[in-house]
Design a protein around this ligand. Structure first.
Ligand code: DGY
Length: 322
């Protein structure tokens, strides 16, 4: 019997690819760029299982390209790039990579929070430019985290992990908002559940950990930004479209909030006009999960999901759809 075929839409860490190669004929898209639509369709036509990235739009056309396609394994925990409903209708299993990147994203969230509040990137540029002429009492003053209030929007694995470190490690008070209330979590982390508007008004730092859904698109727009304290910071490691980026730029330009630190953008890889010119932002290129540990584990988990489905077993982390 001929081997089943797996197409991988871009080079990822070898760990998962090697696992796939033990079972299947594997083709990895050879160019180091986002695969074109045509090339993706050709890849899908060839395979039984697809390992794709969040930069690949997996819509009806792609899902219809091959009646033998059994599984689409997304190399990400977020799956807003995939038409889950249609895949389900067609009986194509979709999987994602939850859990294995949680720590990396939590750490990046704190990296961003510290970078913006302690003005680390601005200070680095200042120092490199030869502007440091000696210690000064008022030089590049920032904001301390200890004793401040952190508002967490979205209490999944990442949001609750951020809360725990904020409370136990950084001495912050935690507020949260989610579609579900978790009293055990509240007790453990002395956290308080609030409606979103109250959270926006009371927090010194706000961090977003929601999936991108129709209900979370532009969850933070001009109105919500206007509710935030003038001294507050906004951090986003979830999905760019959760924030109305144009509105954010306007608010930052007029000092409506003190700063923002973003790993994700509304129209990636493009940035909203004016964003990159601002001093009160820290911007990273969607790398919150980009540790060797997380990306390697994502590679293995995505591969294991494909192995299971193509061998007739249940996937480890199927996307159930909403
Ligand atoms: C995800 O997994 O959804 C991140 O955005 C990329 O790792």
């Amino acid at each position: 019997m001929s081997k089943k075929r797996v197409f991988v839409s871009r080079k990822i860490l070898e760990s998962g690819i090697n696992l796939l190669k033990r079972h299947f004929e594997v083709r990895v898209y050879p160019k180091d760029r986002v695969i074109s639509r045509k090339e993706l369709i050709n890849g899908v036509k060839w395979c039984d299982g697809l390992l794709c990235l969040l930069t690949d739009k997996i819509d009806k056309e792609i899902l219809d390209a091959n009646p033998n396609l059994k599984v689409v394994a997304n190399y990400a925990v977020g799956f807003n790039n995939i038409d889950i409903k249609y895949a389900k209708e067609k009986g194509i299993i979709v999987t994602n990579t939850p859990g294995v990147l949680t720590d990396a994203v939590i750490e990046h969230t704190f990296g961003l929070m510290l970078a913006i509040s302690k003005r680390i990137v601005e200070s680095d540029t200042f120092t490199r430019k030869g502007k440091y002429h000696g210690w000064e009492p008022l030089l590049l003053l920032g904001t301390q985290l200890k004793g401040k209030t952190l508002g967490i929007i979205g209490l999944g694995r990442i949001g609750s992990g951020v809360a725990e470190i904020a409370h136990k490690g950084m001495g912050m008070d935690v507020l949260y908002h989610d579609i579900n209330r978790d009293k055990g979590f509240e007790k453990k982390n002395k956290a308080k559940f609030l409606p979103i508007n109250s959270l926006l008004k009371q927090s010194d730092f706000i961090t977003l950990h929601v999936p991108l859904l129709p209900s979370t698109k532009h969850l933070i727009g001009a109105k919500q930004l206007s509710m935030m304290k003038k001294t507050a910071y906004l951090v986003n490691t979830s999905r760019g479209q959760v924030i109305d980026e144009e509105a954010l730029v306007k608010v930052l330009q007029k000092g409506g909030i003190r700063g923002a630190a973003l790993d994700v953008f509304e129209n990636e890889p493009k940035l909203a006009r004016g964003l990159a010119k601002l001093k009160n932002v820290v911007l990273t290129p969607h790398i919150a999960s980009a540790t060797i540990e997380a990306r390697s584990a994502m590679s293995v988990l995505a591969a294991k999901n494909i192995v299971n489905v193509l061998k007739g077993k249940k996937p480890l982390t199927p996307v159930k759809g909403r």
